[in-house]
Write a protein that binds this ligand. Structure first.
Ligand code: SAM
Length: 236
């Protein structure tokens, strides 16, 4: 992967970023995403935010190497603190982290008002998608696009959200499976949930062999298994 050849994951994230955006890419590492989008002429301006010095230096180097220092500002900062009101950010991407960390970055940004609430959010959690969707819902965001893809045997979900006048109210199933993914389903979606099903069945088998009382855990897992089976059978 480099600025000219993004990973399939970041390429799909890039496709969901609106053209002409003023982008804040938080946790930018090598700044591959903002640099690639700027080279494509897709975005107008970007902030690449990084909290760790090593990845921050890599991002700086990458931006300089591509002659984009005027258009991409690299900042060493925690989460949304990389952004100022003068940046007039219209889109925020946070990718390649756990869903809980992404949620915490957004929540801190909301409290400190570094996140105005007017930005389009393009989020790619590696795990913990339901918690992230739940935060989005409680903050009156509507999920406007979702994608799922497989790369190097890993399955990734991308969630794109925006505040709307009449925010959505998602069911437990929609928070777990993704409201739009649940409608689209598809091969990768099915593969992900078949894997999740197998994993849960294995855990139940192990728990049943345990000498301690695992009834509550087993019941909760069996409930999840039932839900996944229903979704895979097309009952949702
Ligand atoms: N976004 C890139 C991607 O998707 O390929 C890089 C993902 S990398 C696994 C996660 C990056 O997020 C790391 O470079 C890490 O230092 C950075 N990071 C983690 N927490 C952060 C925070 N609170 N603020 C800014 N950057 C953060």
């Amino acid at each position: 992967m480099n600025e000219n050849q993004l990973s399939k994951r970041l390429e799909r994230v890039g496709e969901l970023i609106p053209s002409g955006s003023r982008l804040a890419d938080i946790g930018s590492d090598h700044a591959y995403l903002p640099v690639a989008l700027m080279l494509q002429g897709k975005i107008e301006f970007a902030v690449a935010g990084e909290v760790v010095k090593g990845p921050y230096d890599s991002a700086e180097k990458q931006v300089r190497k591509n002659g984009l220092s005027e258009k991409i500002t690299v900042r060493l900062a925690d989460g949304m603190e990389a952004v100022t009101a003068e940046d007039h950010i219209t889109a925020v991407s946070i990718c390649g982290m756990g869903g809980i960390l992404i949620r915490d970055i957004l929540e801190k940004g909301r409290v400190t008002e570094h996140l105005s609430g007017q930005e389009v959010l393009i989020l790619q959690p590696n795990v913990g998608e339901p918690m992230l969707r739940s935060w989005l819902m409680t903050q009156s965001y509507t999920i406007i696009a979702e994608d799922i893809l497989e790369e190097n045997q890993k399955i990734y979900e991308i969630i794109c959200a925006e505040k709307k006048a009449s925010p959505a109210n998602y069911t437990e199933e929609e928070l777990t499976f993704g409201p739009l993914l649940l409608q689209k389903k598809g091969i990768v979606f099915t593969k992900k949930w078949q894997r999740e099903l197998k994993q849960r069945r294995n855990v139940v088998e192990q728990l049943k062999k345990s000498k301690a009382d695992q009834q509550q855990k087993i019941a909760a897992l069996e409930q999840e298994i039932k839900k996944i089976e229903e979704v895979l059978k097309g009952e949702y």
